[in-house]
Design a protein around this ligand. Structure first.
Ligand SMILES: Nc1ncnc2c1ncn2[C@@H]1O[C@H](COP(=O)(O)OP(=O)(O)OP(=O)(O)O)[C@@H](O)[C@H]1O
Length: 622
């Protein structure tokens, strides 16, 4: 609350101080020592970070430089606590061992890949984020002021009403940064924030980060090779090569540092270009000498004459061991509402997808209805009622499941950044995702039921139709949740393959008609292990059971057993069907699939890889 008042007075009612002052007790110094990260690759262990050390202090704009593949992203991921466990080595926050959860609340990480929903404008995206990131007592005007201030700083105001789908790569990158600045974090980590930007946009972006650092934040970004002009903005350079630290200190000390190794930086060269050239052995292999000279990062701030390890105390930044935590500010219910509205808008704006889904429901229902349009007119065709039920289930299953197989893997990709940066709880997101699918799903299931029921001339009994439509909705729900479950486990390609495959397997299991009534225990177990079986029974009850009127016999037929619905049920070994059982099983499966999907998504979002060495240690200990 105190924090929010400070922000209000600083930004909304006063001059633009939002990014100038960070309260002293929120200054965060980040130190790491002996960080090693190894991965297993084809029975070999690959070392990505090799016992590196270093420090990033509040009030500094620091850049991690190095060639592609030297380990910059891995180091940033580790410092941010993103997808990698700090298994070997230590990370200290204000001289105390980092508590990942508490650190997550005061730090924000701008990832290399800029995954933002393309269906919203820049302003809408910013306002959406501000709902979670600013205190609930902010008015819309106050939110807008904060949002516009950040947009001004990152030169995004002119593009406020442009859809993210239409903005340039650089603007999207700046938007990613802007989103994470809204809640004024103490630590900002950015992975390649200027890749793909032209020199002037990059300069603008780095200027903004420089301002943030001057306001007391710890700003760390990884860069490939900043130009001399950009380099002027940085207070500290941390150079890496092959997973080790080769330099750490002010930008203007790079040249004397290399001179100690008899490496003369040509006058025309940018020092960072030069140190990178040295790291890739253009002038011979100096890797070990450089690592030794900087003690793999234990020398925290190199300057001429320094060869001993020293404390970095030349920065007048007050640090506290307990930076203020920023808890999630918005209630679960409000989070749910905001995400639900975003999903609905997204669905509406993705018009092609929306129209295709509606059209495919209508066309398929029309196709099914017309194919089986004669089954109620003549007992000769009555046997096709069974196939009608099956076709209907197949149609509903695919219509409800397939969009989820494409949506969920894409969504996991989108929400990874938002969830990691503490925008919202995963439970509110998941419930919003689920419920936002219901209006279209239930609406189209009802329309399909009406079309198929009428076109196939089923008995005009309202209660019978309601049972049929209710079962179709239930089958849609279980298929939707099954789609979410499969989508939460695999990528789009694998999900689509497995989703279709599973239908084949379940359909075979659900459909053992040649065995009639005399099913062995094994057959019965296989039959009822498929949720398709319960769906089939649930549809057969309103279509063929509950004293369905007889099918009309053609005058030419003197014996016409197929006019009796019970006869058809008997033929397919389905005399023992129960609507209630189908409802109970399908509802339970819907809940189970949803719960499993929720737990899997949560696990995937929280999953952190440990160093392979640490895994072996843990294994040995256990
Ligand atoms: N899980 C993994 N399995 C195998 N190799 C990995 C794994 N994670 C990272 N690497 C390798 O570790 C090295 C460092 O990766 P990292 O992404 O940190 O590099 P980087 O310096 O950020 O590169 P760039 O500038 O191109 O983004 C790369 O060679 C990468 O292929």
């Amino acid at each position: 609350m105190e924090c929010s008042e400070k922000r209000l007075s600083a930004t909304v009612f006063g001059e633009k101080k939002h990014f100038q002052n960070l309260s002293k007790d929120e200054a965060v110094n980040l130190k790491f020592s002996d960080i090693t990260y190894r991965v297993k690759e084809k029975n070999k262990t690959k070392t990505i970070l090799n016992g590196i050390n270093g420090e990033f202090r509040a009030g500094e704009l620091a850049c991690i430089i190095g060639t592609s593949g030297c380990g910059k992203t891995t180091l940033l991921n580790m410092l941010a606590g993103y997808r990698i466990q700090t298994s070997l080595g230590q990370i200290l926050v204000n001289e105390k061992i980092r508590d990942s959860k508490a650190f997550g609340l005061i730090s924000r990480y701008v990832l290399q890949e800029d995954t933002i929903s393309p269906y919203f404008t820049i302003l809408e995206t910013m306002m959406f984020a501000s709902n979670f990131k600013l205190d609930a007592n902010y008015t819309k005007d106050q939110r807008e002021k904060v949002v516009f201030e950040i947009m001004d700083m990152l030169r995004l105001r002119e593009k406020a009403n442009t859809l993210v789908a239409n903005v340039s790569g650089g603007e999207r990158k700046r938007l990613c940064i802007a989103l994470e600045l809204i809640d004024n974090p103490s630590v900002i980590l950015l992975d390649e924030p200027i890749t793909g930007l032209d020199e002037s946009s990059a300069l603008q972006c780095i200027k903004a980060l420089n301002q943030l650092a001057k306001g007391g934040r710890t700003v760390i970004c990884s860069l490939h090779c900043p130009s001399a002009r950009l380099l002027q903005m940085f207070h500290k350079v941390y150079a890496m090569s092959r997973g080790e630290c080769i330099y750490q200190g002010p930008r203007n000390h790079i040249v004397p540092y290399l001179e100690q190794l008899n490496l003369q930086c040509p006058l025309t060269h940018n020092p960072t270009d030069f140190i990178i050239e040295v790291s890739i052995n253009v002038y011979g292999d100096f890797q070990n000498e450089m690592v030794q000279q900087i003690k793999n990062g234990k020398i925290l701030n190199w300057h001429p004459g320094v060869s001993q390890l020293q404390q970095n105390d030349d920065m007048a930044v007050c640090s506290s061991s307990n930076p203020n935590k920023r808890e999630i500010r918005v209630s679960w219910w409000l989070e749910f509402q905001l995400i639900f509205i975003r999903f609905m808008k997204q669905m509406w704006r993705d018009k092609t997808n929306f129209k295709l889904r509606m059209l495919s429901y209508i066309m398929c229902s029309l196709g099914v209805g017309l194919t089986y349009s004669k089954i109620s007119d003549n007992a000769v065709y009555s046997v096709f009622s069974f196939y009608l039920s099956f076709t209907m289930i197949a149609m509903i299953f695919f219509m409800a499941m397939t969009p989820m197989l494409a949506l969920i893997p894409r969504e996991i990709h989108f929400i990874r950044r938002e969830y990691f940066n503490h925008w919202y709880r995963i439970s509110s997101y998941f419930v919003a995702l689920l419920t936002s699918q219901l209006p279209l799903l239930c609406g189209m299931s009802i329309i399909s039921s009406i079309m198929v029921y009428l076109l196939t001339g089923q008995p005009m009994q309202f209660w019978r139709f309601c049972m049929f439509a209710a079962m179709v909705i239930l089958i849609s729900l279980v298929s939707l949740s099954f789609g979410i479950l499969v989508g939460s486990c695999f990528n789009i390609l694998h999900s689509l393959f497995l989703g279709s495959m599973s239908f084949g397997v379940m359909a075979i299991a659900a459909h053992q008609s040649t065995h009639g009534k005399n099913l062995s225990t094994l057959h019965e177990v296989t039959l009822y292990s498929s949720f398709m079986r319960y769906a089939l029974e649930g549809v057969l009850v309103p279509l063929l059971d509950l004293n369905r009127p007889d099918f009309p016999c053609p005058p030419s037929e003197w014996m016409c057993p197929a006019s009796k619905a019970k006869y058809i049920l008997m033929m397919f070994g389905s005399l023992n069907i129960s609507y209630t059982r189908s409802v109970v099983v399908l509802s339970s499966l819907t809940v189970i699939f949803c719960l499993m999907a929720f737990l899997i998504i949560k696990y995937r979002l929280n999953f952190k890889k440990a160093s392979s060495e640490c895994k072996r240690q843990t294994y040995r200990e256990s």
